[in-house]
Design a binder for this molecule. Structure first.
Ligand code: AQP
Length: 333
């Protein structure tokens, strides 16, 4: 039976990229009735320094963001990773399955560790093995992610395959990355070649789910574009990454295709298109940020939801970990 798992790091505020590339799609998946498990991966977040108070706040805010976007904690399982120790326990086993060379090839490792990789944490290097455990400890079959996470899901497949092969079992399923829609890679508003990211030093590069209407409108007005008018077909977006990004965002927010958007706005100048995009973004995001703020007023309630989610998650994860220990040869399992 299909089972969906995905996670988001509580490493800062949520962006429009997280919303369109991940959360909005989680909601669509939940509503198809497939069992879905969504995690706030706090143990991944600390692979780079996190101030403890900020981490706590970001985890609760992420939970509020999931719910405000439409995830129902009754239908889906919502929890934070550190409350389900089976992730880290299976992660250790996968550290022993994965090879150094595999990890070294990960583009996120190269990007985040930078030139000074000797100074990066060991956790940052091992991150994809823990991510494989996040997914496989539930025997999840489908992993909805943005384009940037595709390589990590492929590594998860490699780890599952090697484990099954080394121990001569058919135990872990080989999960599929699910990368669909027009917004699998939302780009920075300041640079069409960089993805929109919560850790970009420039706040103008991203739309935060907590931005107010004026801030959203201003960031879109100032978004980098080229001087040409908008094209009337997709070929006309060739080589125009900033234009393509704004059109993709418009299509994803209005839940139509890029073709349909271009049929509507082709020929317009950016000065005309940007206010339309700003209105649409405010329309879609304002109810989410209002609801997030409301939920954040009751931290105890959020903590209860996370604890309950963790309990449900452990019911699935614990037997799978136990079986893994048996396969590996751990006495007592
Ligand atoms: N720009 C994006 N476009 C589409 N999808 C995106 N995602 C992130 N940015 C975009 C998707 O959101 C999910 C959660 O990502 P994450 O928070 O776990 O880590 P990340 O991919 O590293 O996201 P950020 O915003 O760039 O965080 P930092 O700056 O901390 O590294 C994933 O499914 C991701 O694909």
């Amino acid at each position: 039976t299909p089972r969906v798992f995905s996670g988001i790091q509580p490493s800062g505020g949520l962006t429009l990229g997280n919303y369109l590339g991940a959360m909005k799609r989680f909601v669509d998946t939940q509503n198809t009735g497939v069992q879905s498990i969504y995690c706030m991966v706090d143990q991944h977040a600390i692979t780079v320094w996190q101030d403890p108070e900020n981490l706590r706040r970001a985890t609760r805010e992420l939970c509020a963001g999931y719910i405000a976007s439409g995830l129902d904690p009754e239908k889906s399982i919502l929890f934070n990773q550190s409350q389900v120790p089976e992730h880290a326990q299976l992660g250790w086993i996968f550290n022993c399955v994965a090879r150094m060379g595999w990890m070294q090839r990960m583009t996120q490792w190269k990007d985040k560790a930078g030139k000074n990789s000797q100074n990066a944490s060991l956790g940052l290097f091992a991150y994809p093995a823990l991510m494989a455990a996040d997914i496989l400890v539930y025997h999840a079959t489908h992993v909805p992610v943005g384009e940037d996470q595709k390589q990590h899901v492929e590594l998860t497949r490699d780890i599952a395959t090697k484990f099954n092969h080394d121990y001569k079992v058919d135990f872990f399923p080989i999960p599929e990355p699910v990368i669909e829609g027009t917004a699998t890679r939302v780009m920075s508003l300041r640079d069409g070649s960089k993805k929109m990211s919560k850790s970009d030093p420039s706040d103008a590069s991203r739309i935060n789910l907590t931005d107010d209407a004026d801030t959203i409108a201003k960031k879109i007005r100032k978004a980098k574009t080229d001087p040409e008018a908008l094209p009337s077909d997709v070929e006309g977006l060739e080589g125009r990454s900033e234009a393509r990004n704004l059109v993709n965002i418009y299509a994803a927010l209005s839940e139509t295709s890029v073709d349909a958007v271009l049929a509507e706005i082709g020929g317009k100048q950016f000065s005309e298109f940007k206010p339309l995009l700003a209105d649409l973004a405010v329309d879609k995001l304002a109810p989410i940020s209002t609801e997030m703020a409301r939920l954040m007023e009751d931290a105890a309630e959020i903590d209860k939801i996370l604890a309950r989610g963790a309990e449900r998650a452990r019911e699935i994860a614990a037997p799978i970990l136990k079986e893994t220990y048996k396969i590996v040869g751990m006495v007592g399992a």
